[in-house]
Design a protein around this ligand. Sequence first.
Ligand code: PEP
Ligand code: MN
Length: 449
Amino acid sequence: MSVEPDPRVVEGLDAWEGLTALQQPQWPDRAELRRVRDRLATLPPLVFAGEADALRAQLAAAGRGEAFVLQGGDCAETFADSTADNIRNKIKTILQMAVVLTYGASLPVVKMGRMAGQYAKPRSSDSETRGDVTLPAFRGDIINGYDFTPEARTPDPQRLLEAYHTSASTLNLIRAFTTGGFASLLRVHEWNRGFTTNPAYARYEEIAAEIDRAIRFMAACGADFDALRTVDFYACHEGLLLDYERPLTRVDSRTGLPYDCSAHLLWIGERTRQLDGAHVDYFSRVQNPLGVKLGPTSTGDDAIALMDKLNPSGEPGRITFVTRMGAGKVRDLLPALVEKVTADGRPVTWVCDPMHGNGITSASGYKTRRFSDVIDEVAGFFEVHRALGTVPGGLHIELTGDDVTEVLGGSEEIDDEGLARRYETLVDPRLNHQQSLEMAFRVVELLRR
Ligand code: PEP
Ligand code: MN
């Protein structure tokens, strides 16, 4: 039986319009934006409320140490790169990492793609200048184009519709790949064997051999590998562009409550988590599980105030704090934050983003990160939680399934010159396929320390 939505609940959804919303574009034509929003509001939801609830329960388990979260994908998805090959390679990479982590942590891994909606980017400046030309900054494919021309850089509301349709086709493929046998444990295990036969990764051979023995043990015991042919795979993105998130918010017929049906989980970014800002207000009113990024300036009081707004009743699984301190700071800054939140008592899930605090510019001018810094921040995250007796609940990684060269280091030893070979990201540098798998094996090593 469906429950009538409470009109006060639905009205509150528009309260953000009266608040400061940072990082939004200057739409040139508000009437066109309105038409696009009205159209989006009539289109089917991309995900379902019940799926978001299932994810919330799994995130709650991760917060208790009964599961481990793996969130991964591009910094910025693009329409052009939302091809079958690309999407398949990303899913494959995340599934391969998940099998390694499942073994290493002896826990179910909650798999989430920064996929099917990760199109809007916060930028440090509203504009970009090249020579004597200044144009609006690229804010992601959902807003404007990357080419440095006035036509491309002018925000275009029609892009919201293209983002919706590209998300729908991406999700369609995700659902097919993760339920149609592609994700079968035995298959993913075979791919991982391919990875560790590369001499560059000889150091991980032992762990790989252990996983192989574990699988053969399961087979000998009569494990039902048919039941391990499908996996749950969730979609998440930064809840940034409110003109997109609002029309995709729907009232759940079971409960009469609003869910943002653009993704299972939305996270609030480091630049838009102001307590009195539009983003915190908006996401406080939808039922999805939420992430909040916490960078090096965040205090314990900030975290508590965010909980007061976003999860006053302390519902487990509602909030995932995604810390991104930087390798050099995590051991100093994270303990006070975790202690304060733990003392509050309301449960949260702690996830480590070892990417966004570790940006550097290479000598050759590329925006990059060092693989060693990424691993070091993860190590620091585990050390801090271990010392406090709290739960390190998962990882949030920028990655791609392709052989790009955007992050320095790893056993393939991508160096400064190597970056030029295949640097393709439009915003932040991503771990490539091999670096992603290597990271999963390194995490298993860290878990054994
Ligand atoms: C991101 O996840 O791509 C991002 C912009 O992160 P943050 O908000 O942590 O800077
Ligand atoms: Mn990024």
